[in-house]
Write a protein that binds this ligand. Structure first.
Ligand SMILES: Nc1nc2c(ncn2[C@@H]2O[C@H](COP(=O)(O)OP(=O)(O)O)[C@@H](O)[C@H]2O)c(=O)[nH]1
Ligand SMILES: [Mg+2]
Length: 559
């Protein structure tokens, strides 16, 4: 019987300490990855586990903390005393309820003391087994720290809370039930079912077996076994004990001896805790990894919304206008150039720095200096929609609270966007030239032909004047059939018109090109604002998600 018992306990999985530590580290990594992205209340059990496991593993691997838990009067204290072979814990008849745990330590108390400090058993409720006589036949239990818990069905809530707290800390739980109350709903639904992930650190004893007729015992044990199966605890060791009889605890003692010898209970307990935590966190990550980040469509839409908000269309229209305005000022017919220059330059009206072509002023200008029109309400809401859309496209398929985290990240720096856009526009070299060489050449040509025409005109006027005054009229030189002064005047005028006719479409074409170049540069600048203020935060959340997912997979014990 004892042999079978040992087999039953050894049947549980072996937990490799290194593997357990790897899994716990993965839970820690998970918590670091999701920090700030997921609601804290979902993470409490994982935080508790990480902290508790770290302490438990650091304290003592040589001790096995076993708790006797059960309802009032089931015989926990009697079993505690019987196992300790001492009358240490107050038994029901004298003191029906105690709100605190009592501990008995087998072996030297030193190492166990820190463990008990952590568990929270007061020094005056700690007992040591070894110093009290008979060293040898107790040596098999060396390393056992046995706890007599308060009743979990106590009328005092403080006692029940204390039981719950202690059940979270111990390595192995011995559930003590008695023939009257073994089917009690509270123990099954309230406790045993909750422990189904801790099957291999759970033991059930039917105490007060002496109160049953020998023929009845197997029937009650069968019935109890059935209930345990229904609790999700199939195969947990189930023993019958009699606390008032010395030989009535032999089996329980043997089973505890093998548990202590194995030194697996604390590891199994924590492994079960990791299982529970991982299972509860399971819905926070999906089966598939998320995409790599915001997609091209969403990004394009975001950039164009940002461009609208930044007033890029107004600036590029001004760029084209400014090019034509300036070109006309330099290449136009000299007679009307001055008049043209009186009209304002469309780009200078925007007070953008660096609009003087190649001779750029420093780009770090005060933001408020530009007069780019403020975004309209429609543009602002278009930007809001684009930000939301980019977040939804990037994180919409993620499980649980993640889509909200992605959207939150996308919007997190929206307040800084207007200033950043102003700086981006102000800092962009729009590439509108002041007086390129070809303008000046055309301008010079225009001067030349105009002067030619003027010279011709003057010559003609002079000829008429001389004739009118009856003075001798010098012979006008002839070019073919045409007198030279008329040729100069008409030719000058004609060539001037011709140069203007040829220049105009070239200027228009060059203005459009300049506008497109400015548009490209501005788009790149506002795209960078989007990258920094919207896409980077989104990517950070997605990468956290990937980390969390990976960590949880490791925590689950999967390779
Ligand atoms: N006949 C019999 N009585 C028991 C046994 N175990 C405990 N008792 C009695 O049951 C009552 C409650 O025991 P106690 O150890 O205080 O139960 P606790 O409330 O679970 O700590 C006491 O009167 C014990 O003497 C047992 O195995 N057989
Ligand atoms: Mg008691």
């Amino acid at each position: 019987m004892v042999g079978r018992m040992r087999e039953a306990l050894r049947g549980g999985r072996r937990v490799d300490p290194d593997e357990l530590i790897t899994r716990l580290d993965a839970v820690r990594r998970f918590l670091a990855a999701v920090d700030g992205h997921l609601p804290d209340e979902r993470l409490v059990p994982a935080h508790t586990l990480v902290e508790r496991a770290g302490t438990r593993l650091a304290l003592s691997r040589d001790h096995t903390v076993v708790a006797l838990a059960g309802a009032t009067g089931s015989g926990k204290s009697s079993l505690f005393n019987a196992l300790a072979r001492l009358d240490l814990s107050p038994v029901g008849v004298r003191r029906p309820t105690t709100g605190v745990a009592h501990a008995c330590v087998w072996g030297p108390l030193d190492g166990a003391n820190r463990l008990l400090d952590w568990i929270g058993v007061l020094p005056r409720h700690r007992f040591i087994r070894e110093s009290a006589l008979d060293g040898d036949d107790e040596s098999a239990l060396h390393g056992l720290v046995l706890l007599d818990l308060p009743d979990f069905d106590s009328v005092q809530q403080a006692h029940r809370l204390e039981v719950d707290r202690l059940l979270g800390l111990v390595d192995l739980v011995v559930w003590v039930v008695d023939p009257q109350k073994y089917a009690d709903r509270l123990v099954h639904t309230g406790y045993l079912r909750e422990f189904h992930r801790h099957r291999d650190v759970t033991l059930v004893v039917l105490n007060q077996a002496d109160r049953l007729a020998p023929a009845e015992l197997p029937r009650v044990l069968d019935d109890l076994r059935r209930l345990l199966d229904a609790d999700g605890l199939p195969g947990v060791p189930l023993l019958a004990t009699t606390a008032v009889d010395r030989s009535g605890t032999t089996e329980l003692r043997a089973s505890l001896e093998s548990t202590v010898a194995e030194r697996q209970a604390s590891l199994r307990r924590l492994a079960g805790d990791v299982d529970t935590v991982v299972e509860r966190l399971g819905d926070l990550v999906g089966p598939e990894a998320a995409g790599t980040g915001p997609d091209a469509t969403g990004t394009r839409a975001l950039t164009s919304a940002l461009a609208g908000t930044a007033g890029v269309p107004a600036v590029t229209a001004a760029v084209e206008g400014a090019y034509r305005h300036r070109a006309a000022g330099v290449t136009g017919w000299p007679v009307v150039r001055g008049w043209r220059r009186l009209r304002p330059d469309p780009l200078r009206r925007l007070h953008l720095p660096g609009t003087g072509g190649t001779t750029d002023e420093p780009t770090e200008q005060p933001v408020a200096a530009t007069s780019v029109p403020d975004p309209t309400a429609a543009q602002r809401s278009a930007l809001g929609l684009a930000v939301r859309a980019v977040a939804e496209r990037a994180g919409g398929d993620l499980p649980g609270p993640w889509p909200a985290a992605v959207t939150g990240a996308a919007r997190s720096r929206l307040g800084d966007v207007p200033d950043a856009l102003d700086r981006a526009v102000a800092g962009t070299d729009l590439g509108v030239p002041e007086r390129p060489l070809w303008w000046r050449l055309v301008g010079a040509l225009q001067w030349l032909v105009t002067l030619t025409a003027v010279a011709g005109l003057a010559w003609l006027v002079l000829g008429y004047a001389l004739r009118a005054l009856g003075l001798p009229d010098p012979d006008e030189p002839m070019v073919g059939e045409v007198p030279l002064p008329s040729l100069l005047l008409l030719g000058g005028l004609l060539v001037g018109l011709l140069v203007a006719a040829v220049t105009r479409p070239v200027v228009r074409w060059a203005a459009r090109r300049t506008r497109l170049r400015a548009e490209r540069r501005l788009t790149a600048a506002v795209a960078e604002v989007g990258e920094e203020h919207v896409l980077t935060p989104v990517r950070a959340v997605l990468s956290s998600y990937a980390d969390a997912r990976d960590a949880l997979r490791v925590a689950a014990g999967k390779k």
